[in-house]
Design a protein around this ligand. Structure first.
Ligand code: NAP
Ligand code: ZN
Ligand code: ZN
Length: 349
């Protein structure tokens, strides 16, 4: 065991404070990683505030982890000391179920071992990336593209893959009209990726405040959802809508924007339940679906795609001491477009 410093929520809704805990020594297939940067995902906030059901405390959040390998176990073949690597939302899975065999470990029948707020197979709690180091099985570690800076690439590990996976699954590309609802951490990656894939991209944001940013990120069109005229004007428009909103909104309104055979994919996970009218689906043969992050193989494909197209996140770097302020700003949709913690600041904690 080795001591690790980090920041944790000790109880639900408590502010995050400095916290020391143990990381295991690398086993045969483990990689030990010195964490350089960790993104702040809205899911960190949902879980630290226990909005998704009973959570495990103390909780060290963080699943957009980018760092450098400092040691490897005796049987590791994929990584060596000095490699730039990433860790996303899960650090293990059963490896035997149909989903795991299909490379869809995020849908593991035994449930993937989430990077934090979960338990390892031996029952020990997992602790995430708001910390100086982490030890992870090599099969759940990603290789960061050499040409991308680690800080701006860190958010690809969750925000990037969460949008890449449905864009690929629902065939976003030339000739497809794609709308991204919510221009936050996930949404801005959706705009960049959908644009790089060649789709016609529309942002549906609460107001027009972020319009110039949206266009710069690659959006062809930008509309305010606070304006009721938006819903009349865009009726029956989109082949694919990806809804990244972190709060409860009326899905029926958005389903009315789908073209015939269009799909709305929900990736935002608000605390509130939603209700959908049969008519919203029946008229126009619409589909309503959901999607969670992506498997290891697809996450690596996404990273390689981003390396090739030079795609990273637009980030605001903060020190770990500012994490609670950053949470408040995320809740106010006041982030352009991902906070990333510089883990060197832990030394001053
Ligand atoms: P974020 O940065 O806070 O972005 C969410 C965006 O939603 C905001 O920027 C805002 O965009 C919009 N929004 C917020 N409140 C709204 C409201 N009341 N009405 C309408 N729009 C609102 O959060 P994120 O990190 O991108 O995460 C978004 C959601 O996805 C969270 O629920 C998170 O837990 C979930 N998530 C899911 C997965 C998955 O695998 N499915 C992975 C990661 C995160 P505008 O300012 O443009 O309106
Ligand atoms: Zn996340
Ligand atoms: Zn499995």
């Amino acid at each position: 065991m080795s001591k690790a410093r980090g920041y944790a929520a000790t109880t639900a809704k408590a502010a995050l404070t400095p916290y020391s805990f143990e990381r295991r020594e690398p086993r045969d297939h483990d990689v030990a990683i010195d964490i350089k940067y960790c993104g702040i995902c809205h899911s960190d906030i949902h879980q630290a505030r226990e909005e998704w059901g009973t959570a495990i405390f103390p909780m060290v959040p963080g699943h957009e982890i980018a760092g450098v390998v400092t040691a490897v176990g005796g049987k590791v073949t994929k990584y060596k000391v000095g490699d730039k690597v990433g860790v996303g939302c899960f650090v293990d899975s059963c490896r035997e179920c149909v989903a795991c065999h299909r490379g869809l470990e995020q849908y593991c029948a035994q449930q993937a071992v989430w990077t934090y707020n979960a338990r390892e197979k031996d029952g020990r709690p997992t602790y995430g990336g708001y910390s100086e180091k982490i030890v992870v099985d090599e099969n759940y570690v990603l290789r960061m593209p050499a040409n991308l800076p680690l800080d701006a690439a860190a958010p690809l590990l969750c925000a990037g893959i969460t949008l890449y996976s449905p864009l690929m699954h629902w065939h976003a590309g030339p000739g497809k009209k794609v709308a991204i609802v919510g221009l936050g951490g996930l949404g801005h990656m959706g705009v960049k990726l959908a644009h790089a894939l060649g789709a016609d991209v529309t942002v549906l944001s609460q107001s027009l405040k972020k319009e110039a940013d949206g266009k710069r990120l690659g959006a062809d069109h930008f509309y305010a959802t606070a304006d009721p005229a938006t819903f009349t004007k865009l009726k029956n428009s989109f082949d694919l809508i990806i809804n990244t909103v972190s709060a409860g909104i009326d899905w029926n309104q958005y389903l009315s924007l789908l073209a015939v055979d269009g799909s709305m994919v929900v990736v935002g996970i608000p605390e509130e339940q939603n209700s959908v009218a049969a008519f919203s689906l029946v008229m126009g043969r619409h589909s309503l679906a959901g999607s969670a992050i992506g498997g290891i193989q697809e996450t690596q494909q996404m990273l390689d795609f981003c390396g090739k197209h030079n795609i990273t996140s637009d980030i605001e770097i903060i020190t770990i001491q500012k994490v609670n302020e950053a949470y408040d700003r995320v809740l106010k949709s006041d982030v352009r477009y991902r906070f990333v913690i510089d883990m060197a600041s832990l030394k001053a904690a």
